[in-house]
Design a protein around this ligand. Structure first.
Ligand SMILES: [Zn+2]
Ligand SMILES: [Zn+2]
Length: 310
């Protein structure tokens, strides 16, 4: 009889390997606990609308990559493509913010995206993530970045750089979008097919397109940092001062935009020089509008995800 094999884009973690995973997870768990981040576990599947609303209708994740199906009760169900949405849903459903702010949570999850496996991407992938709610202080940004750095340091991961950027708030971003659209419209015919679609809906995503032609065009594009409003500028400068104060080295990279719609202000990535093109090990940022967008009170939020496909 024919043997049934594991699905494309999935992997078994075998004895001999799982011990390494445990070592890494223990460091993550202890670093999270040290910073006061408690563990939360949320379901693998959720109402499809949760991700449409949080991740954003125009993102590649929602448009092309979600594992969505109808269950026997006729509900539209989606396997979580990322960790934040479920945590925000649980935060609101259980009113976790009533126990005092900030709420600090960490989690280990598997996530699911219909990815191109030829590029080495997994369809089931593992993430370690943290989320903090209820602090808009730039010191919170530095704390979350510091937590990630603490894990890298304890694991002895070298050849690593931290890149940060600010993508502003909805107010300053609206101006930036306009400028980007006008800029990229001049090169419309040269952009890849995906980016031609992004031009109207989500021009910021063109900035992190991997196609050589798009990235060459993107080099001359307007920079978000020139469009930040006074509040966003002050916040970003303060984050940088905090990082410098604790001796965390970083570079400002205005092309980091992150793939999901919910980010605001600070975004960051830890990038390894060892892994070639797929080199982002940990990425995250602030998402001050997300909790309100999901039906809650306005509540600042930020976090990161660590693993493949971040
Ligand atoms: Zn702003
Ligand atoms: Zn492109």
């Amino acid at each position: 009889m024919e043997l049934i094999k594991a699905q494309k884009g999935t992997q078994d973690i075998l004895p001999g390997q799982s011990e390494n995973w445990q070592v890494v997870e223990d460091v993550m768990r202890s670093e999270a606990a040290m910073h006061g981040f408690q563990e939360i576990r949320t379901p693998v599947f959720e109402d499809t609308r949760l991700f449409q609303r949080s991740v954003g209708e125009t993102t590649d994740v929602v448009q092309k990559e979600m594992y969505t199906f109808q269950d026997k009760g006729g509900r539209s169900i989606t396997l979580r493509p990322e960790g934040t949405a479920g945590v925000v849903r649980a935060l609101l459903e259980h009113a976790l913010y009533n126990n005092g702010l900030p709420v600090k949570l960490h989690y280990f999850t598997t996530c699911y995206r219909y990815e191109n496996t030829q590029a080495g991407r997994l369809r089931e992938f593992h993430q370690f993530g943290v989320e903090m709610f209820g602090s808009n202080s730039p010191s919170a940004d530095a704390e979350v970045i510091g937590l990630a750095k603490g894990v890298f340091d304890r694991l002895g991961i070298k050849n690593l750089r931290l890149e940060i950027n600010s993508i502003g708030c909805p107010t300053c971003r609206a101006e930036f979008h306009k400028a980007l659209k006008a800029y990229f419209a001049q090169y419309k015919d040269q952009l890849c097919e995906t980016c031609q679609g992004r031009l109207e809906r989500n021009p910021m995503r063109i900035l992190d397109c991997k196609s050589p032609i798009c990235s060459e065009i993107a080099e001359g594009a307007p920079k978000i940092l020139d469009y930040l409003c006074d509040d966003c500028k002050a916040h970003f400068e303060s984050v940088q001062r905090y990082l410098t104060a604790v001796g965390t080295e970083f570079t400002v990279n205005p092309t980091i935009v992150r793939g999901l719609d919910y980010y605001t202000n600070t975004v960051f990535e830890f990038i390894s020089g060892d892994l070639g093109a797929q080199s982002t090990l940990c990425g995250g940022g602030r998402y001050n509008g997300l909790v309100e967008e999901m039906g809650g009170q306005p509540l600042a939020g930020l976090g990161f995800a660590w693993g493949s496909n971040v």
